[in-house]
Design a protein around this ligand. Structure first.
Ligand SMILES: Cc1cc2nc3c(=O)[nH]c(=O)nc-3n(C[C@H](O)[C@H](O)[C@H](O)COP(=O)(O)OP(=O)(O)OC[C@H]3O[C@@H](n4cnc5c(N)ncnc54)[C@H](O)[C@@H]3O)c2cc1C
Length: 414
């Protein structure tokens, strides 16, 4: 039977998917395969995870969760899903700094692609990594800690260095948060006061279909107890009094609790609830992370493409991510604004529109999300990463025989 990614828009070409249950089994599989890749929870939308050889699923590997209160870290198996980790941390009184919209994704798969949530002062999920244990291409387990040579290159690793068997993440004492939604933010406010708008809460997301008279939804996540200047009006948009899904036709029960009700971070920072399947998978996603200084230009450029984009779009989310030092992070060296597109699942249609979206955004320095669909027909993306050659050298050191190379990496790396 054909093995597909979560969205069903990509069929893996790997000859086989193995499901090791121990690190020793994993090691035997890796050293026995000339071409191999780790497969997490299958939530990416392109051929990044694929290989012509063997895929090793991390889902059955040990799902350890070890909290070290003294160092304020947690060490988890790479295949553990954020939703499971968040529950364990919350029960023990601890928290992560942020979550992506979906808690069902694996920790190692998320950090490998610089997966992020939102918030001007929140780095992506990979910035919480304090240590990694990697089974490299020679079958050795290598430990890297923050500060070690190569660490900043290894974290957002695209699966190129080996299989991450354990990740150590920074944690903080648990906190409560609440979510409020506001309907209809005027475009003038978005374009003229973007910095004020995105800094108004711990995390701010804007949702639009680009062709509407105002941005249909602002979704705020606020720390409970934090002072807020926002009452019932968000830059001209009134507070909603009924809960909503960001896609109006979808079931609101899939979303985490809204209407300002405070609750643990583990049940507020993701948009979607862990106990529900968030949507039916009938979607394709793309996202471009634009340097903050070019964000308004980027938003205007996509708005001008609304007649082209809107017919294929379910929703766009605009959100922010803080700068970091991780070589292949989409926010390497600059704060960014993410322009995310949840498309309908029409691969040919989306691929027909992306060249124009990319022609508008890539010249502004926008970096495509590694795990989402992008085309880069002109081969611009490598030039957006100043440490790419260093990354290629690091990957060659970890994987001298090129077992973890695949067509995606061949397109990217020198
Ligand atoms: C509904 C939905 C919502 C999403 N929301 C967000 C969001 O809010 N923010 C955001 O930034 N992204 C989001 N994404 C994208 C998603 O976070 C990324 O695609 C992420 O990589 C998925 O992790 P995964 O475990 O499913 O990875 P996979 O698709 O299984 O693999 C992705 C990459 O990670 C590598 N990898 C996986 N496990 C390991 C390991 N143990 N060791 C080494 N490499 C490994 C794979 O080799 C591959 O290169 C969303 C995706 C979906 C489907």
């Amino acid at each position: 039977m054909a093995e597909m990614n979560w969205a069903g828009n990509y069929e893996y070409r790997a000859g086989r998917i193995a499901r090791p249950e121990t690190v020793e089994e994993l090691r035997e599989l890796v050293v026995g395969a000339p071409a191999v890749r780790a497969l997490g929870s299958r939530h990416s939308f392109n051929d990044l995870a694929d290989t012509p050889g063997l895929l090793v699923s991390t889902a059955g590997l040990p799902g350890t969760v070890r909290i070290d209160e003294a160092s304020r870290t947690v060490t988890v198996g790479g295949g553990v899903r954020y939703g499971d980790l968040a529950r364990e941390l919350q029960e023990a009184g601890w928290a992560l700094h942020n979550l992506a919209s979906l808690p069902h994704i694996s920790v190692a798969g998320a950090i490998a692609t610089a997966t992020h949530g939102s918030g001007d002062r929140n780095g992506n999920l990979a910035t919480a990594v304090a240590g990694l244990r990697i089974l490299n291409g020679s079958g050795e387990l290598v430990d890297l800690r923050r500060g070690d040579e190569g660490f900043d290159g290894a974290v957002v690793g695209l699966g190129a260095l080996g299989v991450v068997t354990e990740v150590t993440l920074e944690i903080r004492p648990t906190f409560d948060a609440r979510q409020r939604l506001f309907g209809g933010v005027p475009w003038d406010a978005v374009l003229g006061r973007l910095d004020e708008l995105t800094s108004a809460a711990y995390s701010v997301s804007l949702f639009t279909t680009w062709d509407e008279p105002s941005v249909s939804l602002a979704w705020l996540k606020e720390l409970d107890g934090a002072e807020s200047a926002i009452e019932d009006d968000f830059f001209g948009a009134p507070a909603l009094t009924e809960a909503r899904h960001m896609i109006p036709t979808m079931d609101v029960r899939n979303t985490t609790e809204q209407l300002g009700v405070a609750g643990p971070w583990s049940e507020r920072l993701a948009h979607f609830r862990f106990e529900f399947t968030p949507s039916n998978g009938e979607e394709i996603q793309s996202e471009y992370l634009v340097p903050r200084s070019r964000a308004v230009e980027a938003i205007e450029a996509v708005r001008a493409l609304a007649p082209l984009v809107a017919p294929l779009l379910q929703i766009t989310e605009i959100r922010t991510v803080a700068a970091d030092d991780l070589w292949l992070s989409s926010s390497y060296g600059t704060d960014v604004v993410g322009l995310h597109f949840t498309w309908v699942r029409d691969q040919a249609g989306v691929e027909a529109v992306l060249p124009q979206v990319e022609a508008a955004l890539l010249p502004l320095g926008a970096r495509p999300h590694w795990g989402k669909l992008y085309l880069d027909r002109e081969g611009v993306v490598p030039s957006l990463y100043p440490r790419l050659a260093d990354f290629a050298a690091l990957a060659a050191r970890f994987d001298p025989d090129g077992r973890f190379r695949n067509p995606f990496l061949a397109r990217l790396l020198p």
